[in-house]
Design a protein around this ligand. Structure first.
Ligand SMILES: [Mn+2]
Length: 403
């Protein structure tokens, strides 16, 4: 730990975890041991307190007219999925967070890759260290359902042994605090999945005598309309499993939706949750809020292989919609994804991050990067032979019976 810092201070805590994770000590990308349960508890408690206080829609305000704002940059990062070695490469390439370098992460820190826990803790350490510079949004994988299928739960249980359940529970609690979306410099909207529907205000119906009351709101396809930032701000985000009904539809959409080349809004039948939205919706959203750019993530090379009319993810990003008011971009930051594959032929995709610069922060610079080689060896924490590649065909029936 750096000399002169109180061990219990936030600065000390952030660096303590980083050092334990080998950030400063293993330039060879060796993957270190996880921090002790004691350090884990302190980090997660401190980070959770900060995260839960943030609004659903965090505003990353930069003022280029301000002397300090002139030199600021914002780095936007997409899915990283537990590929710690590639995250470290990304951070070294983009530069670590600093007074002038902001970071917005678009979620999906865990699952599939073997170091979801280390990745998440590293980012939490940065959050604690620089809460006004590092913003961590939630991805659809920061949920109980996904982590039970795609490896993170098993990873934690394996790495922490008899304290594993405790650690996993604390991680889920922390996921609940992650905000859903950001607005950067008043011009750029970012979220893991993207746009979301409006929820018509129908009074919730109680079915008398039944314990399991449900908010009845099942809008017909024809009544789907684009939601507002006000609705997003009011949504309840502390629901971890894919929220698929009532007022919780908004977080579900923000985390699970995908763009489409077909105009309008429609249910995302491929994923079983969220929406598909067309270029007209991108235009409507940008225009309504005088935005220039939407940066969303959520689709890797596997997902893109099956999407008609949308580009592949070879370079780690795609420009999906170009409309009058601006653009819609998909950003994916896990190169050579997924870490474990059943087939011999790999996608060999690059990962990418985006840099937004003054004066307007709305003209993105794309930085594609190759995966770290040689690929560090690890064992998977899920049955990747049997689990489908992308997050499709969500098993809603299983979720209902579990909850
Ligand atoms: Mn995702």
């Amino acid at each position: 730990m750096a000399a002169g810092w109180e061990p219990d201070s936030q600065l000390g805590l952030g660096f303590d975890v980083q050092i334990r994770l080998g950030i400063e000590e293993s330039p060879s990308f060796g993957i270190p041991d996880c921090p002790s349960v004691q350090v884990f508890d302190r980090l997660v408690l401190t980070a959770s307190k900060i995260l839960h206080k943030e609004p659903n829609l965090v505003r990353v305000d930069l003022d280029a007219d301000d002397e300090a704002g002139k030199d600021c940059r914002v780095v936007v990062v997409g899915d990283v999925h537990g590929q710690l070695h590639d995250v470290l490469l990304l951070l070294r390439s983009a530069g670590f967070p600093s007074e002038n370098r902001f970071f917005v992460f678009n979620g999906d820190y865990v699952d599939r890759g073997a170091w979801g826990l280390e990745t998440f803790l590293l980012l939490l350490a940065w959050k604690v260290f620089m809460p006004e510079r590092v913003f961590l949004l939630r991805g659809n994988h920061e949920s109980k359902y996904c982590t039970s299928v795609y490896g993170f739960e098993q990873e934690v249980l394996t790495k922490y042994g008899d304290r594993g359940k405790h650690v996993y529970r604390k991680c889920l609690g922390c996921f609940e605090g992650l905000p859903l979306a950001s607005i950067i410099a008043g011009r750029v909207y970012t979220a893991h999945g993207g746009l979301f529907r409006s929820i018509p205000c129908t009074p919730s119906k109680r079915s008398k005598g039944k314990k399991n009351r449900r908010i009845i709101s099942n809008p017909e396809v024809s009544t789907l309309s684009l939601g507002s930032l006000e609705e997003l701000s009011k949504a309840r985000r502390s629901v971890l499993d894919p929220p698929w009904e009532g007022l919780n539809l908004i977080p579900g959409d923000v985390l699970w939706s995908d763009p489409s080349m077909t105009p309008g809004l429609s249910p995302n039948t491929e994923r079983g949750i969220g929406l598909l939205w067309g270029p007209d919706c991108t235009e409507e959203f940008l225009k309504r809020y005088q935005l220039k750019l939407i940066i969303r993530s959520h689709e890797g090379p596997d997902a893109r292989e099956k999407r008609n009319g949308l580009a592949g993810m070879d370079e780690g990003y795609t420009i999906d919609h170009v409309v009058e008011s601006g653009r819609l971009i998909t950003l994916f930051s896990a190169p050579d994804y997924p870490q474990f594959q059943a087939t011999e032929e790999r996608y060999k995709n690059k990962g990418a991050y985006i840099i937004l610069e003054p004066p307007n922060f709305d003209n993105p610079t794309f930085n594609s990067f190759e995966a770290v080689t040689p690929r560090p060896k690890a064992n998977p924490y899920y049955d990747y032979q049997d689990v489908i590649d992308s997050d499709e065909e969500l098993d809603l029936a299983a979720m209902v019976s579990e909850s």
